[in-house]
Design a protein around this ligand. Structure first.
Ligand code: GLY
Length: 367
């Protein structure tokens, strides 16, 4: 008899465990995407490069796809100097570090995510647990934390001294109409801080409220499987409870075993409103090259920002172009990659059999 509860069917499926997973993956590799075999490729944000360097050799030799992409982003999650992700991430306006993360797996077309989770060092691993050990796609807040603890993740203080000092510097500079005063000598030592793999001043960190941090990694395995993950501490000094695009399937990441994979870093609200990663993968499905798919979606984002500027003028500059940052990472089933960005001359991380782990130039929509 057919089950009245869809999750019962899914539980039965899950119970098949690794064997079903392997069978699904091998079928995909053997029947649908022969051309992608033996073209292992990783693509992601620039801060994914250190992680890619650690995993590349074993991945290129046939290593597990999900283990690999998680290992890549876990390096940034555990790095206290990266103020955009995990430990050392910049907190919300109340000083709480809240994390968003997601993972998606092409061969089983499944995903898992956590939003606004606190005190867990590796939210990307919790996202995988949501995908593999629950009937759900997204857990948030205290429920996500308890779920992580129940699976053995330790409670970890994520607010480092440095991130706390940056947060307090932001609070002290927010207004000259409150009682907080910035120390006279602060930021005069020229010290630089890591953000998105780049060095920025304290002043830039706290002044630029458009600063959003994230790490994304998409992968194509030697068996022709695609998967992706995105993890972040989100918009710095955000309103408590804010969740960005990173744990939203279709926005901060998306993959489809029939088309490819994509992810986003930058202004999460723009990625959510344009459903950027899903839109890119749909364009890949229609036969677009990764760079063309990415630029087409950025043009769409720019048009949407111009309309949204009718109620939020700060979204565009004096020329009517987006005043925020958004960068997209794209992986085709044949191993071709692209990184595109709204403006500027940034870099993204890529690793393939042609060159191993390296940085490549982003293609900007606007110079
Ligand atoms: N893209 C990261 C965020 O907006 O939270």
């Amino acid at each position: 008899m057919e089950s009245q509860h869809p999750s019962l069917d899914r539980r039965r499926f899950l119970a098949l465990g690794a064997a079903a997973h392997a069978l699904a993956a091998s079928k995909v590799g053997a029947q649908e995407h022969e051309a992608a075999r033996d073209r292992p490729t990783l693509v992601g944000s620039a801060n994914a490069l250190p992680g890619m360097k650690q995993v590349w050799e074993s991945f290129a030799a046939g290593g597990d796809l999900l283990d690999t992409i998680l290992s890549v982003v876990k390096v940034a999650e555990a790095d206290p100097k990266d103020h955009s992700v995990g430990l050392g991430g910049l907190p919300d306006e109340d000083g709480h570090v809240t994390l968003d993360a997601a993972i998606m797996h092409g061969p089983t077309h499944n995903s898992g995510a956590v939003g606004c989770i606190e005190n867990i060092l590796h939210p990307c691993e919790v996202a995988r647990l949501v995908m593999e050990r629950t009937d759900h796609c997204l857990l948030v807040g205290p429920g996500a934390y308890r779920f992580a603890r129940a699976h053995g993740h330790p409670h970890t203080e994520l607010l480092t001294d440095e991130a706390r000092a940056i947060w307090m510097a932001w609070k002290e500079r927010m207004s000259d109409r409150d009682d907080r005063l910035a120390p006279a000598q602060d930021d005069k030592d020229g010290r630089l801080y890591d953000l998105h793999g780049e060095k920025v001043s304290l002043d830039a960190l706290i002044k630029d409220r458009a600063v959003t941090g994230t790490i994304h990694c998409s992968g194509l395995s030697t068996r022709g499987e695609v998967a992706c993950t995105t993890t972040t501490s989100g918009l710095s000094f955000k309103i408590p409870g804010r969740v960005g695009d990173s744990p939203i399937v279709g926005a901060g990441l998306y993959c489809d075993q029939e088309a490819g994979s994509a992810g986003a870093t930058g202004r999460g609200e723009a990625a959510i409103l344009a459903n950027t990663s899903f839109a890119i993968v749909e364009l890949l499905r229609q036969g677009k090259a990764p760079v063309d798919a990415g630029l087409e979606v950025l043009r769409r984002v720019a048009r949407q920002a111009a309309r949204a500027a009718k109620w939020q003028a700060a979204l565009v500059d004096e020329e009517g172009k987006p005043a925020f940052g958004l960068t997209l990472y794209i992986l085709g089933l044949d191993g071709t990659t692209a990184g595109v960005t709204l403006r500027g001359h940034g870099r993204y991380a890529v690793s393939d059999t042609q060159g191993g782990p390296r940085l490549a130039d982003l293609v900007p929509l606007y110079e």
